[in-house]
Design a protein around this ligand. Structure first.
Ligand code: NAD
Ligand code: DAU
Length: 367
């Protein structure tokens, strides 16, 4: 028996998952994780393939007999109802979202639609499906959310815990906060087994080029300016995406319905320090940099509107109650990530499309 088969036979029963947003950054990493760990489970991905969704992220699963991809919108209740029924889904892992703060400043409408209305559509469809099947106790609705709902910390504040009051500051985080409240309400009102996770900043493979780490890696390789917002002193708590996936695995199998779990890497880094670190590793690993050392490209630009100063997660609850801790260090994870971008130019080059360039010139008018 292989390790995966052993793990599968140890888990209570086989699951039938609907993974929304499974063609995006974290969703696709999660789908790879799940198909490897639990090859006997059914995994159905529902993804609208917005600018952030990429079928290529899942191409290696084409021959996996328990994997199925459906292109569609989580706001389409007829489609969602049909999928839940036809696929006898017992577990929803809900990643689908508009996820980028900068885009939410330019156009908040899509964030309210997908993050609030889309989450409501899924929750209510799953409630009806769960009730029709006599409310199985092992069903789960995992709502994947963010630490941004808690707002911004001062330099000496204690990291966010599960009881930190919500104080979202961007249209993105406000829409995620709204969706968290709906997920919570479906547990308290209907007893539906929802669980919410609030995670810090992820990094790793398949991360769309406009987010900080991939953007810096790609700009270094292209010899383009590295735009650091404001004074570069904002702090984020970085978690390797593989660790986020292992945390979500533990939450689905061992988490308690109605609970919230914070997930974080205990890796607080100032943006400017992170960018310098990326430059150092790139100088070492990439032989053909157009500008060397890459630090010469660092350019301070106009700050993001409403830019949260510091995020940090207190992950004590998931550690003590579910036994999860991250496995990757920030140095090891960043090196792996940089190597991935160096070896996967065919993945990211096509994403620097005309739409991407238009977005880029709108955000970085000063660069
Ligand atoms: P992403 O933007 O890379 O992926 C989002 C995916 O959702 C894409 O594949 C997109 O096509 C799909 N999608 C968007 N709108 C849809 C719709 N209406 N119907 C169906 N599919 C739709 O996002 P990500 O970074 O992978 O984040 C995934 C989830 O994790 C989000 O809910 C986000 O809020 C949360 N999260 C992200 C981070 C992070 O650092 N990236 C940290 C904590 C939490
Ligand atoms: O904290 C979790 C959140 O992390 C998730 O909920 C979001 O979906 C995800 O996008 C991420 O949000 P951030 O806004 O923190 O990520 P981003 O990569 O856009 O920016 C990280 C930090 O870097 C932030 O302080 C802004 C800064 N930044 C970002 C970009 C793109 C720059 O200084 N320059 C840039 O060009």
């Amino acid at each position: 028996m292989t390790f995966s088969e052993q793990k599968q036979s140890n888990s209570k029963e086989q699951r039938r998952l609907l993974v929304t947003g499974g063609a995006g950054f974290i969703g696709s990493n999660f789908v790879h994780h799940w198909c490897k760990q639990y090859p006997g489970d059914r995994v159905v991905v529902l993804d609208a393939l917005t600018y952030a969704g990429n079928r290529q992220n899942l191409s290696s699963l084409a021959g996996h007999q328990n994997f199925h991809f459906v292109q569609g919108d989580i706001c389409n209740d007829a489609l969602v109802n049909a999928l839940l029924k036809e696929e006898s889904i017992d577990t929803v892992a809900h990643f689908a979202a508009e996820s980028h703060v900068d885009r939410s400043i330019l156009g908040p409408d899509a964030f309210v639609r997908t993050n609030v209305v889309g989450t409501f559509t899924l929750l209510d469809a799953f409630r009806q499906h769960w009730e029709r099947r006599n409310q199985p106790k092992s069903d789960r609705f995992l709502h994947v959310s963010t630490d941004e709902v808690y707002g911004s910390l001062g330099p000496d504040d204690h990291p966010f815990t599960e009881t930190t009051p919500y104080a979202p500051n961007s249209p993105y985080s406000a829409s995620k906060a709204g969706s968290d409240h709906l997920a919570r309400a479906y547990y308290h009102t209907y007893g539906m087994p929802t669980i919410i996770t609030n995670c810090s900043n992820n990094y790793g493979s398949y991360h769309f080029p406009e987010k900080l780490i991939p953007l810096m890696c790609i700009n270094i390789l292209m010899g383009k300016p590295l735009p650091v917002y404001g004074d570069g002193q904002n702090v984020r708590d970085w978690l390797y995406v593989g660790d986020h996936c292992s945390a979500l695995d533990v939450v689905i199998h061992k988490g308690k319905p109605g609970e919230t779990y914070n997930i974080g890497g205990n890796n607080e880094v100032k943006n400017i320090d992170l960018v310098n670190k990326l430059c150092e590793v790139m100088n070492e690993l990439a032989a053909d940099l157009p500008i060397r050392p890459a630090q010469k490209l660092i350019t301070f630009v106009k700050d993001r509107a409403g830019h949260d100063r510091r995020y940090a997660i207190d992950a004590t609850k998931i550690k003590t109650e579910l036994g999860w801790t991250p496995a990757e260090t920030v140095d090891g994870g960043l090196r792996r990530t940089i190597e991935w971008y160096l070896h996967n130019r065919d993945w990211w080059q096509p994403l620097l499309s005309a739409e991407y360039q238009a977005y880029y010139s709108q955000v970085y008018t000063q660069v």
